[in-house]
Design a binder for this molecule. Structure first.
Ligand SMILES: C[S@@+](CC[C@H](N)C(=O)[O-])C[C@H]1O[C@@H](n2cnc3c(N)ncnc32)[C@H](O)[C@@H]1O
Length: 214
């Protein structure tokens, strides 16, 4: 998936992954992370997810990273927010209270752009990337947030039935790309009935899995 692929999705309004509500797995499982007040949470490939607001409401500092300026503009407009914009080359930084949105390529992010990160929230990020990029994504996270706990939400289905995104990501791959982390499966749901669009694309069985990496 090239940057152009994603920029075009936003331009065409083809953002079927976006949820109109806070993610239920985030609300259920995040308390397990027991973060101190004011801890910093990184949300890679954040889109315009409302989960950013929920994380903020938990008293956390939140840093979202998103390629598309349109996604960030929609996030701000739809939530009635006004941001202070600054240059954080090669990113453009949008600041709203304790939320920082960095607009640019996640793979260009360096530790210099970030405070110490205590936790990572990944919904729709790892599964958005093709196999060849997933290892680099994990390496990038390891470099940016070496000691962070991670809540990771993935899909599993027969990859022969549909071309991603979202891609199927299984436990063995997670263990391989995040080697050194302890991987705990928190939940595994059959979500085929909640994903008519994927069913339409040929998927006959679909699991959504929630993982804690620490
Ligand atoms: C499947 S969407 C998920 C968005 C969000 N996590 C959610 O749950 O709604 C993937 C997002 O990643 C963004 N993206 C893709 N590649 C990126 C990159 N290299 N750096 C930053 N953002 C990227 C896309 O623009 C898109 O908004």
């Amino acid at each position: 998936m090239t940057p152009e692929f994603w920029l075009e999705r936003w331009q065409q309004g083809e953002t079927g992954w976006h949820l109109p509500e806070i993610n239920r797995h985030l609300q259920e499982f995040w308390p397990q992370f027991n973060l101190p007040a004011n801890a910093a949470v990184l949300v890679p490939l954040c889109g315009k997810t409302l989960d950013l607001l929920w994380l903020m409401s938990q008293g956390l500092r939140v840093i979202g990273v998103e390629l598309s300026p349109l996604a960030i503009e929609e996030f701000l407009t739809e939530n009635g927010l006004t941001a202070v914009m600054t240059d954080a080359s090669p990113f453009r930084s949008y600041q709203v209270d304790e939320l920082t949105l960095l607009c640019g390529d996640f793979f260009a992010l360096t530790p210099a752009h970030l405070p110490e990160i205590h936790a990572v929230y990944d919904r729709g990020a790892l599964v958005a990337l093709p196999p060849a990029l997933r290892e680099s994504y994990a390496a990038q996270l390891k470099m940016l947030a070496p000691n962070a706990a991670q809540l990771l939400i993935t899909f599993d289905y027969d990859q022969q039935q549909m071309a991603g995104p979202p891609f199927a990501v299984q436990r063995n791959e997670i263990a391989q790309i995040f080697a050194g982390k302890t991987i705990i499966e928190l939940a595994n749901f059959d979500v085929l009935n909640e994903a008519p669009n994927l069913r339409q694309r040929g998927v006959t069985a679909l699991a959504e899995q929630v993982w804690k990496l620490e």
